[in-house]
Design a protein. Structure first.
Length: 551
């Protein structure tokens, strides 16, 4: 009820005609060091009052300590459902208490307060500090609180070029196990199948590897270009491409690919283009197809995998801070190659073990056609309500099942039964998920809203930077934030969510506020200050999440 009244007063103030005092006249503050301690004096105008609830005193040495309840504060009074202070507020912090909390070292005492005018205007939270001396010790302590992104940025800044490249190749191998890479597997597999069908020749190991290499190199170039531009200009190209029209356009491309694989038509470069491309290569190569693979690899990286993990964020922060786009770009390129290792293995294996051309390839083409439709639905899930994509998935599964029942052999009918059962299980899981316990978030849309909530929250705060198009964000929701221990731990927090799906001006300002380049990111506040030791970039499973949050 108090907060509702606060909001009402604030809104009323927007339409008020009275002249309001500026903060300096409304709150006359004086803080001074005396022989026996530190004295804080706040003189209020007769129209001003200060909330007792929001008056805090902290002493800061090696750590921050709330000493509000350990010092003498004059008794507040009740005013319109609030507990407030009028006229003046005098607070004294004795040396004995200071020594008890921080010893003989240097310290800082911070006084925080917030007040309103009787005329209907509420002022922003304010604070004033007394610092005995800004010591090197305090700076060293602060420098030790670093995040995963900070550690990776430091690796770039201090390591040799070979150490940097080897490290980021290793990061790429780890990222290859994330959901960002999974959608690329059916895309690449379908490309290999199409090239096997194109000339009726047996796919060799070398040719399969070459096709995969072209795809991976194009993907690496896309990540590198996007990363360097993001670091230098503060814009995430992957995010820019996540608008409704672009998503629909690329989903349509996958639908077209699917119907091509069903045999309704053939997608190919114009004959004149293929002829021109063939002149620049061996007589037996398919240059037009290679050009298409390169384009698909480039676009797949930008459209299918727009999630940011600590290695990518670290490289972007480094580029943005130093302007060294060369080393940062090389690091991203090598990391992308590491991400592409599974795709190269798939290409090599498909070439080595793929049997001779025959009627079975038509079956495989149809299977990958279904997979392409699945990828299209997966992309549309970013802009469509969940129940719509659920219906589309069920239609896809059931339609495939009926086709196999009508045209398939005994094995096909078995697969049809599995698809039907899977459809029902899928629906059941979706219903259960909709009815399951979920985290309750307060959505934040601007820095002003964020600051107000941080200032007023009595509990620690977790800010979840999230987007509909972020694979790892969805994984957070479906895995980590379903864990009972995680849910129990987060019940102690005020939970805020920043949805950056539309990449608005306010979204960019909020991301810039924390030096972020993309979701998912978890930012934690305690006593009004960010706890950098708990900052998380990229997906964390329940065990990792709890380990970090319990630091």
């Amino acid at each position: 009820m108090k907060y509702i009244l606060l909001i009402f007063i604030f809104i009323s103030s927007l339409f008020a005609s009275e002249d309001f005092l500026n903060p300096e006249d409304a709150f006359q503050v004086k803080i001074e060091k005396k022989d026996t301690g530190v004295e804080f004096n706040l003189v209020l105008d007769k129209t001003i009052y200060v909330y007792d609830e929001f008056f805090k005193v902290y002493i800061i040495g090696s750590k921050e300590i709330d000493i509000t309840k350990e010092i003498d504060i004059q008794k507040p009074v009740n005013y319109h459902e609030f507990v407030v202070h009028f006229d003046k507020l005098n607070v004294f912090v004795p040396n004995q208490l200071i020594k008890e909390k921080v010893g003989d070292g240097n310290y800082e005492i911070r006084f925080e307060y917030q007040g309103c005018s009787k005329k209907g205007l509420c002022y922003s939270p304010m604070n004033i500090s007394y610092k005995s001396n800004l010591t090197k010790k305090l700076k060293n302590i602060e420098s030790k609180i670093v995040t995963e992104t900070d550690n990776i940025t430091q690796t770039l800044q201090s390591g040799s070029i070979w150490l940097v490249l080897i490290t980021f190749f290793g990061f790429g191998l780890f990222l290859a196990l994330t959901p960002c890479i999974f959608p690329m597997i059916p895309i690449l597999s379908s490309i290999i199948v199409q090239h096997s069908n194109s000339d009726g020749k047996k796919m060799s190991a070398s040719r399969g590897f070459l096709l995969s290499l072209i795809y991976v190199l194009s993907m690496s170039i896309a990540y590198t270009v996007a990363g360097v531009l993001a670091g230098l200009f503060g814009a995430n190209i992957q995010v820019m491409l996540q608008n409704t029209y672009v998503i629909i356009g690329f989903a349509s491309v996958f639908v077209a690919l699917a119907f091509s694989m069903f045999g309704y038509f053939e997608l190919a470069l114009p004959t004149s283009w293929q002829t021109a491309l063939n002149k620049t290569s061996d007589n037996n190569s398919k240059s037009g197809g290679i050009f298409g693979i390169a384009i698909m690899g480039f676009l797949s990286a930008l459209i299918v995998g727009p999630c940011v993990a600590p290695p990518l964020a670290g490289a972007l922060v480094y580029i943005g801070q130093t302007g060294d786009a060369v080393l940062g770009g090389l690091a991203l390129f090598v990391m992308s190659l590491g991400m592409g290792v599974p795709l190269l293995i798939i290409g090599l294996g498909a070439g080595k073990y793929m049997p001779k051309p025959g009627g079975w390839m038509m079956v495989v083409s149809k299977v990958f056609g279904v997979v392409m439709l699945g990828v299209a639905i997966w992309m549309l899930d970013k802009i469509l309500p969940s129940f719509v994509t659920l219906i589309l998935y069920v239609i896809l599964f059931m339609g495939s099942a009926f086709y196999l029942i009508k045209n398939g052999n005994q094995f096909g009918k078995t697969i049809a039964a599995i698809l039907m059962i899977s459809s029902m299980v899928f629906v059941k899981m979706s219903v259960d998920e909709a009815n399951s316990k979920k985290l309750q978030y307060i959505y934040v849309h601007s820095i002003q809203e964020l600051n107000m909530i941080v200032a007023h929250s009595k509990k620690p705060i977790m800010i979840d930077f999230w987007a509909t198009w972020c694979v790892s964000c969805i994984e957070f929701d479906k895995v980590t934030f379903k864990d009972k221990l995680v849910l129990n731990e987060l019940s102690k927090y005020t939970l805020l969510k920043v949805d950056v799906s539309k990449n608005t001006k306010e979204d960019k300002e909020l991301m810039k506020r924390f030096n972020l380049f993309g979701p998912p990111a978890m930012i934690f506040f305690h006593n009004g200050k960010e706890d950098k030791s708990k900052r998380m970039i990229g997906f964390k499973n329940p065990e990792e999440f709890l380990k970090i949050i319990n630091k």
